[in-house]
Design a binder for this molecule. Structure first.
Ligand code: FAD
Length: 432
């Protein structure tokens, strides 16, 4: 008999809760990874995230092979088919995994759970990605906080009451199932090719954390951690990150991690907001949705250097600084009156750190339709954002070197009339 551990967005051996519990039993553990065709079939063939996952998986397989004579079985199929195959090939005692909170993942896990149950196999899942999930940070009278600051305060209070510890799964790998010849897959076996975009190194250290509050809003410097893709795929353990965040006095960084949990809890509790405005009136906005304008935004040709710099950074590197995500998002929804869902979908295609909860949360925030969003009449002015956060235009010069030459386009809309058009449209939508 074997026990299966299913890796999903927790691609590491260290401090992995589900893996720790799987390895703590009496059965050899067969690690499994499924390149899910429900997801992969929709992606471009040189998708950078698929390359990243594949590379990480190869490193993990080699480690198991070299140190323990074991490996990771990889499949390129739907999870249902992969599990049917597993059930046929192995005598499975139980399946272990860490919980995943996106709407698709929920349905997927329910289906797999049902399939396993039909075969008399138990499915055990664990909390690994967050400190608090779903309803663990609640208002006194029950119910989810819909405003960040009280949520964050309550999160910190609850944190004081928990037994915060890590799970040394890395010390138990001897208990993995000994067979180094488990099926493996190359990128080309799956019809994919290596992407030219690589996940950049992160720079998460104490120095950064100490200065974070001052550096985090300046896009021309490496003032943020760049941890997001690593947290997204779980190649870095979240509890270690929290531990480090707690080791400095200034809590600005910890607060950002709490934003991440806040948005996860919101999506978990309100999965319909993946597509619908959190505040229903905002679904009455008459978006202009002009395709040509959308194209200019996507390619960084709006004539607003700060907006174009952000979009070009995204297109070229798969990452964009948070300040710019807000600026370009606001520009799309408010200056161009293009539906936030279009922007959300474009980010989903491009971001290495694409995380549905944070992306939908971030986009609904800029559109004004989400939880804790700024009031709709606050429209980011791209020029004053430049003055505040890129005064010497270092960031702009890097991504839009031609910005002050005659090769650069005129602004596609004028700020003032665009702002007025936005206010009128929003006002109409949210009245009564
Ligand atoms: P740091 O500043 O070093 O922060 C550390 C970590 O805290 C991040 O890695 C992230 O996990 C978390 N974090 C920081 N800011 C936020 C935030 N505002 N909301 C939620 N979590 C946060 N983040 C994603 O991880 N995936 C997305 O798809 C995503 N889409 C976004 C879309 C829009 C429109 C906006 C405004 C923000 C979005 N964010 C998203 C949040 C934020 O921009 C990124 O997490 C951040 O830029 C990642 O860089 P970093 O790791 O250097 O961040």
């Amino acid at each position: 008999k074997v026990r299966v551990f299913w890796f999903r967005r927790d691609m590491r051996f260290e401090d992995n809760v589900g893996l720790y519990h799987a390895l703590s039993g009496d059965f050899p553990v067969l690690p499994v990874f499924i390149f899910d065709r429900h997801i992969l079939d929709e992606l471009p063939k040189d998708d950078a995230r698929v390359t990243f996952i594949h590379d990480e998986l190869q490193k993990m397989r080699s480690h198991l092979q070299d140190q323990f004579g074991s490996s990771i079985a990889t499949y390129h199929d739907t999870p249902e088919n992969a599990f049917k195959e597993l059930i046929e090939d192995f005598d499975i005692e139980a399946v272990y995994a860490n919980r995943d909170y996106e709407p698709y993942a929920y349905k997927r896990d329910a289906n797999i759970n049902a399939l396993l149950a039909q075969n008399g196999i138990e499915f055990h899942d664990f909390k690994d990605q967050v400190i608090f999930e779903k309803t663990e940070v609640e208002k006194n009278d029950g119910g989810m906080y819909l405003v960040f600051t009280p949520y964050m305060k309550q999160w910190k209070k609850e944190f004081e009451n928990i037994d915060f510890k890590t799970f040394p799964s890395e010390d138990l790998l001897e208990n993995t199932y000994k067979n180094s010849r488990l099926p493996n897959l190359s990128l080309s076996d799956m019809g994919f090719e290596k992407s030219s975009i690589k996940v950049p190194e992160h720079n998460f250290d104490k120095e950064l954390l100490k200065n974070y509050e001052d550096t985090r809003n300046i896009p021309s410097i490496e003032g943020t951690s760049r941890l997001s893709p690593y947290l997204r795929f779980g190649t870095i353990g979240y509890r270690k990150v929290v531990e480090k965040a707690l080791s400095v006095k200034n809590e600005a960084f910890l607060d950002e991690l709490i934003w991440r949990e806040f948005y996860k809890a919101i999506l978990h509790n309100y999965p319909e907001t993946q597509e619908r405005a959190f505040k229903p009136k905002y679904d009455r906005i008459e978006w202009r949705n002009n395709e040509e304008e959308f194209e200019k935004w996507k390619t960084g040709q709006t004539g607003y250097p700060i907006v174009d710099a952000g979009m070009r950074q995204l297109n070229e590197t798969g990452w964009m600084h948070n300040r710019l995500r807000m600026v370009v998002g606001s520009f799309l929804c408010k200056h161009l009156l293009i539906d936030w869902r279009w922007g959300e979908a474009y980010f989903a295609e491009k971001l290495l750190d694409y995380e549905m909860s944070s992306n939908v949360g971030g986009w609904q925030w800029v559109a004004g339709s989400g939880v804790d969003a700024a009031p709709y009449f606050r429209v980011f002015n791209p020029y004053s954002q430049t003055d505040r956060f890129d005064k010497d235009k270092k960031y702009i010069k890097k991504w839009v070197p031609e910005f002050d030459s005659d090769k650069y386009p005129e602004p596609m809309v004028e700020h003032k009339p665009a702002r007025e058009r936005c206010l009128e449209t929003y006002k109409e939508a949210v009245k009564n």
